[in-house]
Design a protein around this ligand. Structure first.
Ligand SMILES: [Zn+2]
Length: 418
């Protein structure tokens, strides 16, 4: 079915938002309601559809869907390795004795703001170095060898593994998770999910010993990790991470990058409105990849130098692939407004272009407030072209293309939009 060696590692750049968001379409029910989105979860009787334009997840009984859509959803279910096992695992997961908060699960940013008394930070300076104290406390909550369930808590995360992890690994992971949260908190993007006070809304990460169980539980075989918005869950197989098995226990390998984890955690801490049409794809993936490309070491992120790292990622290196220093890009407006399915359909190119454009708005655009206004529009529920108007700020797309072209050209990358 899929090979762990051939192509699996190569999939790291193609980390997707969710295992099943590749199936975006317009669903219609018998009452005539339509849902433009992607299937994120299927049980025997209910399908959950992520509807970006509404910034939320909609649960629709399978029986109420049009015959065509029902057949489609059922075919998705069959394509999974074993949907019953997956559903059972999800139910078991939900029933597990954990203190992961329900409140942060898919909650809108305005709800979180009200609940935790949070404030926007669009106007704070861009961070240069972000760090958390190295002594992050990670608690072993439970270890059940029979049930293959090992639960650990850092202040803001709950991670659950199906295999025992060494003390070093859990403290290194805890440190990285908390540092990534701090990074998301310090970025002036008003991601409220990152501002939920510690201990009050633990975000869950599931770690799997085998790729098979990762896929069975909803992971995507071609992605090194996934974030499942409907469950506010990250799923990652240990093979994607810097770990090594030694004497029956997984240990930390400092030589291997854990940028996959950073990428997925950024998704998890990004407000759901930013995944709406207009931001979904180029910005949501660009932001996650921007953070993943930032140099991380022992609880600290150094933002200085990120331009060179992103340039390496975009242009390419012998080991990572890339687009070269002269890039032919599609029409910018079409690129920003394409469906997520189309975006991930050409992941190798689109993730890189999205990261370049996101970087442009972070550091090269003359007025950073254009980005803030765009994000605020998404939060108000203005999506698609309506939201992009704020990024343009009076310019045409052709003018914006020229601005991006000129800015990156002076950094040694030529991007020509069609
Ligand atoms: Zn992603």
């Amino acid at each position: 079915m899929f090979s762990v060696k051939g192509g699996y590692r190569a999939g790291i750049a193609m980390v997707v938002l969710s295992a099943t968001t590749l199936s975006a379409r317009v669903f219609t029910d018998k009452a005539g309601n339509s849902y433009d989105g992607s299937v994120v979860n299927i049980t025997d009787s209910v399908v959950t559809i992520m509807v970006p334009a509404r910034g939320k997840f909609v649960k629709v009984p399978l029986a109420s869907l049009s015959a065509q859509d029902r057949a489609y959803v059922e075919s998705l279910g069959k394509r999974r390795a074993n949907p019953r096992v997956a559903a059972k695992a999800a139910a078991k997961e939900a029933a597990g004795k954990t203190v992961a908060s329900r409140s942060s699960r898919g909650a809108s940013s305005s709800k979180l703001k009200a609940e935790y008394n949070l404030v926007d930070n669009f106007l704070t300076p861009w961070p240069r170095f972000i760090s958390v104290p190295k002594a992050v406390h990670v608690r072993v909550v439970s270890q059940d060898k029979g049930k293959k369930r090992y639960v650990y808590h850092s202040p803001s995360f709950e991670f659950i593994s199906d295999v025992a992890l060494s003390t070093t690994i859990i403290s290194e992971f805890g440190l990285m998770f908390e540092a990534t949260r701090e990074y998301c908190r310090k970025l002036p993007l008003s991601n409220m999910k990152a501002h939920v006070p510690k201990h009050q809304g633990r975000n869950r990460i599931l770690l799997f010993e085998s790729v098979q169980s990762y896929v069975r539980n909803g992971g995507h075989p071609n992605a090194a990790g996934v974030y499942v918005p409907s469950r506010n869950l990250i799923l990652i197989p240990l093979q994607s991470l810097g770990v090594k098995k030694k004497g029956g226990v997984y240990n930390y390998d400092y030589q291997v990058s854990n940028s996959v984890l950073v990428h997925e955690i950024v998704h998890q801490l990004t407000d759901p409105e930013y995944f709406a049409h207009g931001g979904r794809g180029w910005f949501s993936e660009g932001l996650a990849q921007y953070c993943a490309e930032t140099r991380y070491s022992r609880g600290g992120f150094s933002v200085s130098g990120v331009r060179e790292r992103i340039k390496d990622y975009v242009v390419g290196t012998a080991t990572r692939g890339g687009l070269g220093a002269k890039i032919n890009a599609p029409d910018l407006e079409a690129f920003m407004l394409q469906s997520y399915q189309s975006f991930t359909g050409n992941a190798g190119v689109n993730y890189r272009l999205g990261t370049m454009i996101t970087y442009y708005f972070f550091h090269m655009e003359r007025d950073r407030r254009n980005l803030a206004r765009f994000l605020q529009a998404l939060k108000r529920g203005e999506t698609g072209s309506q939201a992009l108007k704020y990024l343009l700020n009076g310019r045409s797309f052709k003018q914006l293309e020229r601005d991006i072209h000129n800015a990156w050209r002076s950094s040694g990358v030529v991007v020509n939009f069609q």
